[in-house]
Design a protein around this ligand. Structure first.
Ligand SMILES: NC(=O)c1ccc[n+]([C@@H]2O[C@H](COP(=O)([O-])OP(=O)(O)OC[C@H]3O[C@@H](n4cnc5c(N)ncnc54)[C@H](OP(=O)(O)O)[C@@H]3O)[C@@H](O)[C@H]2O)c1
Length: 247
């Protein structure tokens, strides 16, 4: 992928991995737009990168996604790179469902944000990307797409689904100018799921620099550390990985 002279949208670009991705593209001579729900977080990013563009959005809602995409394309008609990075992660005890069926809205929020939003944004933006040179869609999935962590069961399922969708999209678009790429993070030290839950993870800057440099060198699917191993696992290793991950 060509990492210069693009117009790039990074969803969830105000914090964590998205912020590092935004910085990488910003420092490499690209026009960068970030979006998220919290304006103050986006404004903080803009203080560090004065030419950064910010847009608020709630990607968990289909109508909001439509309105957001229309505004995005109207303000940034040169958009040629979509980075589906925004995501949420919730711990869930599925055994509670043995007693009650409450909580579907909360499940849906996770499915809509992690799964519906990237598919819908691809759908909304593909016609515009198709008219551009060096277009790309980059999906941020997870090592848990390959080996689920059962404590975050819906999250793991959404990431497996987005990995699958990425393979299909890449295959179907192979004769177009749109590259379909995947970043597969291991545990990374960000605030995902809440402050302090991922402090054991790898450094976010080192991780992001490594995976984006590999995309720049032409790779289509990249992990880092543990997730680089997991994405290449065979069946036996997947079973062993599941046991290790889930005790
Ligand atoms: N950190 C890890 O260990 C790890 C591992 C594997 C995969 N990942 C993936 O990496 C991606 C980035 O996560 P992160 O670790 O950088 O965590 P993070 O700092 O919590 O970033 C998530 C971002 O998504 C945005 N977001 C959440 N819901 C949204 C919504 N409905 N609409 C718009 N934006 C929304 C958040 O901003 P607002 O709250 O302001 O909306 C936030 O900026 C996620 O897809 C995550 O699943 C992370």
């Amino acid at each position: 992928m060509n990492m210069k002279n693009n117009t790039v949208l990074v969803t969830g670009g105000g914090t964590g991995i998205g912020l590092e991705i935004a910085k990488y593209f910003y420092e490499n001579g690209n026009e960068v737009i970030i979006c998220g729900r919290r304006l103050e977080v986006l404004e903080d990013a803009q203080k560090v990168m004065p030419n950064l563009h910010i847009l608020t959005c709630d990607l968990s809602n289909a109508n909001a996604r439509k309105a957001f995409s229309a505004k995005l394309l109207s303000n940034f008609p040169n958009l040629n790179v979509l980075i589906n990075n925004a995501g949420i992660q919730r711990f869930r005890n599925l055994r509670e469902n043995l007693l009650t069926e409450n909580g579907w809205a909360d499940y849906q929020d996770e499915i809509q944000t992690n799964l519906e939003a990237p598919i819908h944004l691809s759908n909304l933006l593909l016609p515009a990307l198709h008219k551009k040179k060096n277009a790309a869609i980059i999906n941020v999935t997870s090592a848990l797409a390959f080996v689920p962590y059962t404590a975050v069961p819906v999250y793991s399922a959404t990431k497996a689904a987005i990995h699958s969708f990425t393979l299909s999209l890449r295959h179907q678009l192979k004769d177009t100018d749109i590259a379909v790429l995947e970043i597969i993070p291991p545990a990374v030290n960000t605030d995902l799921g809440g402050k302090g839950l991922h402090t054991y993870g790898v450094d976010v800057t080192e991780f992001t620099t490594s995976v984006l440099n590999r995309l720049a060198n032409g790779e289509e699917e990249v992990g880092y550390g543990g997730s680089e191993e997991i994405r290449l696992f065979g069946k036996t290793q997947l079973s062993e990985g599941f046991k290790k991950m889930n005790g």
